[in-house]
Design a binder for this molecule. Structure first.
Ligand code: HEM
Ligand code: HEM
Length: 227
């Protein structure tokens, strides 16, 4: 138990992000940086390996959004315009903002945006060919024109990805600066100081996460091996 500085709310530290969500997040960041770095440095075999890892991570997160812990579920954090407006009003009001279990209604939009843009990047990669040396595993399954279109999207969408990641980081800095709310520590340790009035979210077993990770990895492996 503790009191925050304005002494209005009693808080206690509880797990808000389960280990699978945290591992997913930081692995995704690592694999995207590694895919970019290997792509820029002509290590295309590694580029594709990191790309496959991104695909497996995305598939994992999609399933975890249905069967994972409470704060990981899409049904818990995707909210309507009224909730988003209420959150914007809270943002504009002076003073600190209390930690919240899970994504806030605005952050949820960013999450859907980030996941969608990364999905476009990784899926178009499968159909991309440079025409000389490297082919994505599905490039030969579509016409030359489709593959060329996928390549254009793969290259162009990377700038969209950079922009949305930039916004993501700017928003996190904004919450830290304006609302004195540190979102990064909970994404590392899992824990945040929640107001006593807010119940601790339900966290599901790691065994379930292993099962989902195994299914996601096997599905991507099968796609690459048998396509
Ligand atoms: C999120 C994951 C990915 C990111 C961030 C990413 C990023 C990039 C970038 C920035 C380039 C352009 C490199 C350059 O020429 O300057 C590129 C090229 C390429 N990527 Fe990806 N990629 C990802 C996933 C994939 C996947 C899954 C595959 C296929 C398995 C793939 C296949 C290719 C190929 C074949 C090229 C060469 C295109 C060319 O030079 O014409 N990528 N990628
Ligand atoms: C390639 C770069 C990045 C991508 C694609 C990315 C993507 C994401 C995604 C998809 C989520 C939602 C997590 C989930 O529910 O599964 C998220 C949340 C989060 N990310 Fe990132 N991220 C990136 C970089 C970063 C960096 C560099 C930081 C740290 C400065 C960061 C800090 C966070 C935090 C704190 C959250 C939780 C936000 C909240 O409390 O609602 N991310 N990110």
């Amino acid at each position: 138990m503790g009191r925050n500085k304005d002494k209005t709310a009693v808080t206690r530290r509880v797990v808000v992000w389960d280990l699978p969500v945290r591992l997913f997040h930081w692995s995704l960041v690592f694999c995207i940086v590694a895919a970019w770095w290997s792509g820029e440095n002509d290590a295309m075999d590694w580029h594709m390996r990191f790309g496959y890892a991104v695909l497996a991570l995305l598939l994992f997160r999609l399933i975890w959004g249905l069967v994972g812990s409470q704060t990981a579920r899409f049904s818990q954090f995707v909210r309507g315009p009224a909730a988003i407006l209420a959150h914007l009003r809270e943002l504009a009001a002076p003073g600190r903002m209390a930690a919240h279990a899970g994504h806030n209604p605005l952050g949820a939009l960013a999450v859907i945006g980030l996941l969608s843009v990364v999905t476009v990047q990784a899926v178009t990669g499968l159909f991309t060919s440079d025409g000389i040396m490297v082919d994505g595993p599905l490039a030969g399954k579509v016409s030359g024109a489709t593959s060329a279109l996928m390549r254009t999207i793969h290259k162009g969408n990377f700038n969209v990805l950079l922009a949305i990641v930039g916004l993501h980081i700017a928003a996190i800095l904004l919450y830290a600066g304006l609302k004195r709310l540190d979102l990064v520590r909970p994404m590392v340790t899992g824990r945040a100081a929640l107001p006593a009035s807010e119940p601790a979210p339900r966290i599901v077993s790691l065994f379930r996460a292993f099962m989902v990770a195994a299914i996601a990895t096997a599905a991507i492996w099968a796609l690459i091996s048998f396509a």
